[in-house]
Ligand binder design. Structure first.
Ligand code: GDP
Ligand code: ZN
Length: 391
């Protein structure tokens, strides 16, 4: 027997709801639910049915509100909404979203390219766990940015330094962990962050996460790729779970319909905001990542004789000089080049996508997308880039 409380409902939302409820003539026609997936055209909403079971329904905004709402007023994953079943069906969804209740927390980033547009990643998250590892990914400045973002969201930050099993084996490794711990404590002295050292392969990460996950508590995991987020996520979801591609609505094929959601009710209670996109979300541009991870090379290239130096045959190249006198390793330079190349490809793709969108727009707004799938596709293309690295 499930309750709204299991989905995260609490006094904060209850009070907010009370003040709206009085405005409705027939409040009994409305149902409360929580957005579990945002398809842009319509939403999936978790709610409790008359048999006290958790069910997922589809819901859309009324035509008028779709156009008039600012991006941040539109429903986002994690939002509590009021569902109106009575007047529904324009989008063949089960219900209309009558209202989005005020958010307790809201995790957002600035969309790349459009500096002023806030892009909401998810709302009403209680804890955001930043996962990092003691080696390549470890970067205080990046942690700082994650923590700032989490603080701004209103959620509480947890920091997991994962893969410690690789370091615990010898004295040198242990010293390294001690050093990292000290660095974090020195850098974030006001104890606003819960710090844990974990090994996901030894299931330590998941047991720490579970200690935060009371009934109705919502958690999200963020961090660079390769640090262990999927490993922990899979452990949280349990064995039966698997990510599959979305269901093809034409053929009805799609192995696991329930995986098509971003807010998941966990088998042992609590909720996880997750999907492959959120997991790998990049909070800053590829260029920023590049210059941050390779500060030494950015510094060096400033010393090249020509500002447009390709570091190949160019005269007076500081990078080639550094390689020659072995102050810069060839491997590091090569991994730099690899990332530069990736950034270029991403930018090309982004430009291509923008061209596609423009072309579509030109083709005429009069040519209405023929069906729901087309409309979803169209909106996806038009929404600002939030996952450059996942294309
Ligand atoms: P994600 O990209 O952050 O989701 O990272 P994954 O969970 O896919 O992990 C990346 C790789 O690191 C995989 O090969 C994992 O098996 C490995 N890995 C994850 N956590 C640990 C850990 O605690 N210890 C060790 N030794 N390897 C880990
Ligand atoms: Zn150069």
């Amino acid at each position: 027997m499930a309750k709204l409380k299991d989905l995260g409902w609490n006094n904060f939302f209850k009070e907010a709801y009370q003040s709206y409820k009085t405005k409705y003539a027939n409040p009994e026609l409305y149902q409360i639910g929580r957005v579990s997936r945002d398809n842009k055209i319509y939403y999936h909403v978790m709610t409790i049915d008359s048999d006290n079971e958790v069910v997922e329904v589809t819901a859309s905004l009324k035509g008028k509100s779709r156009k008039n709402l600012d991006p941040e007023q539109k429903p986002a994953v994690g939002d509590w909404v009021i569902l109106d079943y009575e007047t529904s069906n324009y989008n063949q969804t089960d219900a209309f979203i009558e209202l989005v209740l005020p958010r307790r927390t809201s995790l957002s980033r600035k969309a790349t390219g459009t500096a002023s547009v806030e892009q909401i990643i998810a709302t009403n998250i209680d804890y955001v766990a930043v996962v990092t590892d003691p080696e390549a990914d470890f970067n205080l400045k990046r942690l700082d940015r994650y923590f700032t973002l989490i603080e701004q969201s209103g959620a509480k930050a947890i920091c997991l330094v994962n893969k410690i099993d690789l370091y615990e084996v010898d004295q040198e490794g242990q010293d390294h962990l001690t050093d990292i711990k000290q660095q974090i404590l020195d850098h974030f002295p006001d104890a606003s962050v819960d710090l844990h050292f974990t090994s996901a392969v030894k299931k330590q990460g998941v047991s720490i996460l579970k200690s935060y996950l009371d009934t109705g508590t919502t958690l999200a995991l963020i961090g660079s790729s390769g640090v262990g987020k999927s490993t922990m996520t899979n452990q949280l979801l349990g064995q039966d779970w698997q990510w599959t591609s979305e269901v093809n609505e034409v053929t009805g094929k799609g192995k696991h319909t329930t995986s098509a959601r971003d807010l998941i009710l966990l088998p042992e209670g609590g909720l996880l905001v997750d999907n492959p996109g959120i997991r790998e979300i990049h909070l800053w541009s590829p260029e920023e990542t590049l210059s941050e991870s390779f500060q030494d090379l950015s510094q060096l290239s400033l010393q090249c004789k020509f500002s447009n130096c390709k570091h190949e045959q160019d005269h007076g190249c500081a990078i080639r000089a550094a390689i020659a006198d072995q102050t810069l390793s060839t491997e590091r330079y090569e991994s730099y080049l690899k990332l530069v190349e990736e950034v270029e490809i991403l930018n090309q793709r982004k430009q291509q996508r923008e061209r596609n969108v423009q072309r579509r727009n030109k083709r005429g707004k009069k040519v209405k997308a023929r069906n729901l799938e087309d409309r979803i596709e169209l909106e996806r293309e038009q929404k600002p880039d939030n996952d450059l690295f996942n294309t």
